[in-house]
Ligand binder design. Structure first.
Ligand SMILES: Cc1ncc(COP(=O)(O)O)c(C=O)c1O
Length: 402
C-alpha cells in the first residue's frame, strides 16, 4: 500500500469483520476531533452535526472537560460505591441543585438511568402510594426511545427494536404521544409513573403540542403519579434551556439524564428526584460498579459548571433560531417539514427526492456528518460550540444536496 492509498475502505472492512452488525454507520473512520469538527483517518475534515446523539453538547475535547479528566486520571479513577471518594459529594450536590431536586443517583448509560427510574417508581408505588404488590403500572408514549435493555424494549413500538427479544416485561401501557385524553384514559389507580421524552429525539425530534406537558404534569399531580422526564437526549442545554420541560414551565418528579452529562468523555447518567421518591432505596436494592466513579464525577462536575454559566443554553437559543430560520427556507424545495427546538432539528426530506440515508451520504460527501432516522428524517444536533458561520455553511450544504 502506498502512502496515498486511502485507508478508509480497509478500516471499514476490518470493523465489519469483527463486530456484530447492530449498526449501519456512515462510511467514515474518525481519528481525531476538536470542537465541532472531526478528522478521518485519511485526513478529511467534517462538521459533526450529530454530536454523539447529543453527548457532545460542549464539543469534542472541551478544554475544561479534558483538563478535569486528565487531572482526575492522575489522582484516582475508581473505588466502586463500596467506599466514598472525594469527587462524589460535589457532583451529587451540584447536579441536585441544577435539577432543583433533593437527591441524585448516578449510573453510567442512559438505559441504566431509565431502568433505575422504573425501579424507583415501582418501589415508590408500593411503599408510598400503596399499590398492591406486583400491580405497579407505567404509562409510556408510542414511538418512544428510552434505550435497549429487555425491559425498555418491552414497551417500544419499533419492531426492529423489539421483535425476537421477548418475552417482554409486563406493566406498561403505550399511548399516542401528545394525546392527553389517551393518557388520561390509560392512568389507573395502580399507575405509578408516566414516562416521557419532553421532545422525542429518535422519533425524529417530535415536539409535543403546546400545553401537553403542563397537562401531563397536572394529571400526574391529580392522580398521584410520578412524572418521569427522560431528558437524556433533550436535556443539558440542547434546546436552549437546561431541560426541555422548562419551555413549558413544567417540573417533573424525576429527571433521567445521560449523554452530555459525561461531556463526551465518559458514560455518566443519573436520576434526580426528591427524597420522598429516591429515598425509597436502601442499601443492596440498586447499584452499579462504575456508577458515580471518581473520573465520571470529576468530568460531570465540570459539565455542570459549564451549564451553570448559562452560556451554552444561550448559544443553543440564538444559533438554534438561525438554524431553524435557514431550514424553514428549504421547505417546499426538497424538505417537507422541520421540527425541533434550539440546536436540534428533525428535517424531513421529500422521499420523492431521496431517502434519509442518501441525504446523509450526500451531506457527508460535502463535509457534514449527520444521521438519518426513520427513513426520511435527518436529525441535526451539532455541538453547542458551533459558530454562526458554520451553521450558514451547513445550510448551504443542505440546499446543495437537495
Ligand atoms: C431519550 C433517550 N433515552 C435513553 C437513551 C439511552 O441511552 P444509552 O444509549 O446511553 O443507553 C437514549 C439514547 O439515544 C435516548 O435518546
Amino acid at each position: 500500500m502506498t502512502e496515498n492509498t486511502p485507508r478508509t475502505p480497509q478500516a471499514i472492512a476490518d470493523a465489519e469483520r469483527w463486530t456484530a452488525h447492530n449498526y449501519h454507520p456512515l462510511p467514515v473512520v474518525v481519528a481525531e476531533a476538536e470542537g465541532a469538527w472531526v478528522t478521518d483517518i485519511d485526513g478529511r475534515r467534517y462538521l459533526d452535526c450529530l454530536a454523539g446523539y447529543s453527548s457532545l453538547n460542549f464539543g469534542h475535547r472541551h478544554p475544561a472537560l479534558v483538563g478535569a479528566a486528565h487531572a482526575q486520571l492522575d489522582r484516582l479513577t475508581l473505588t466502586s460505591r463500596a467506599f466514598v471518594h472525594d469527587q462524589f459529594a460535589e457532583f451529587c450536590q451540584r447536579l441536585a441543585a441544577l435539577c432543583g431536586k433533593d437527591l441524585v443517583l448516578p449510573m453510567n448509560t442512559g438505559a441504566e438511568a431509565v431502568e433505575t427510574g422504573i425501579k424507583v417508581a415501582r418501589k415508590w408505588g408500593y411503599q408510598v402510594k400503596g399499590v398492591a404488590r406486583d400491580r405497579a403500572h407505567i404509562v409510556v408514549a408510542a414511538d418512544n426511545f428510552h434505550g435497549r435493555t429487555t425491559t425498555i424494549i418491552s414497551f417500544s413500538t419499533d419492531e426492529d427494536a423489539r421483535a425476537d427479544f421477548g418475552p417482554y416485561t409486563p406493566g406498561f401501557t403505550v399511548v399516542p404521544y401528545g394525546d392527553l385524553d389517551a393518557l388520561r384514559g390509560a392512568v389507573t389507580d395502580d399507575t405509578v409513573a408516566v414516562l416521557l421524552e419532553p421532545i422525542q429525539g429518535e422519533a425524529g425530534v417530535l415536539v409535543p403540542p403546546a400545553g401537553y406537558l403542563p397537562g401531563v404534569r397536572a394529571l400526574c399531580t391529580e392522580r398521584n403519579v410520578l412524572f418521569v422526564a427522560d431528558e437524556i437526549q433533550s436535556g443539558l442545554g440542547r434546546t436552549g434551556r437546561t431541560f426541555a420541560v422548562e419551555h413549558e414551565g413544567v417540573v417533573p418528579d424525576m429527571y433521567l439524564l445521560g449523554k452530555a452529562l459525561g461531556g463526551g468523555i465518559v458514560p455518566v447518567s443519573a436520576v434526580a428526584a426528591d427524597a420522598a421518591v429516591l429515598g425509597v432505596l436502601r442499601p443492596g436494592q440498586h447499584g452499579s460498579t462504575f456508577g458515580g466513579n471518581p473520573l465520571a464525577c470529576a468530568v460531570a462536575t465540570e459539565v455542570i459548571k459549564l451549564l451553570e454559566t448559562g452560556e451554552f443554553q444561550a448559544r443553543a437559543t440564538e444559533l438554534g433560531e438561525r438554524l431553524h430560520n435557514g431550514l424553514a427556507k428549504l421547505i417546499g424545495d426538497g424538505v417537507t417539514e422541520i421540527r425541533g427546538r434550539g440546536l436540534w432539528a428533525g428535517v424531513d426530506i421529500d422521499p420523492a427526492r431521496m431517502t434519509g440515508r442518501e441525504a446523509s451520504e450526500r451531506l457527508m460527501a460535502r463535509g457534514i456528518l449527520a444521521k438519518d432516522t426513520h427513513g426520511s428524517t435527518i436529525r441535526l444536533a451539532p455541538p453547542l460550540v458551533i459558530t454562526a458561520d458554520e451553521i450558514d455553511w451547513t445550510l448551504d450544504q443542505f440546499a446543495a444536496i437537495l
